[in-house]
Design a binder for this molecule. Sequence first.
Ligand SMILES: C[S@@+](CC[C@H](N)C(=O)[O-])C[C@H]1O[C@@H](n2cnc3c(N)ncnc32)[C@H](O)[C@@H]1O
Length: 159
Amino acid sequence: MNIKIIGVGKLKEKYFKAGISEYAKRLSRFCKFEIVEVPDEKAPESLSQAEMDEVMAKEGERILAKIKDREYVYALAIKGKERSSEEFAAELQQLTTYGHSDITFVIGGSLGLTPTVLKRADTQISFGRFTLPHQLMRLVLTEQVYRAFMINEGSPYHK
Ligand SMILES: C[S@@+](CC[C@H](N)C(=O)[O-])C[C@H]1O[C@@H](n2cnc3c(N)ncnc32)[C@H](O)[C@@H]1O
């Protein structure tokens, strides 16, 4: 299975990088895991709604350029559908059973995801109603993907 996370902007903080690389290392026995970063647009505080839409649209084009037709896409969205870790694990298992070997997760930039990206997504997944910083979201998602593999393996990692 190929798991890809598409994120907007470069991950800067060392502590996020360290956490992600730990889970990426653990994931390597289950899948080919990669994080693809697309450049972010400058988004100063004072943008109008139209300017914010433009920022998200530009980032969205870059995101869509990294997605192939065969990829099954999860868009991370606060208003998406919540799952438990067990439900998410079962879903990944089922996707594999139905022949999806390329699973892609898309995390928006500081302003979120543009509608064209949400439309391309096969499903939207929410990690609850809290707004998480997009860089932290990468770490949380990577751990949950790892947890899903551990659940499917029946490992005591997931209690
Ligand atoms: C800082 S948030 C963007 C906030 C923006 N107001 C929105 O509603 O999307 C950056 C990205 O992180 C992801 N994200 C943040 N919190 C999330 C959550 N609770 N569930 C799912 N995705 C989340 C989404 O992909 C979002 O586009």
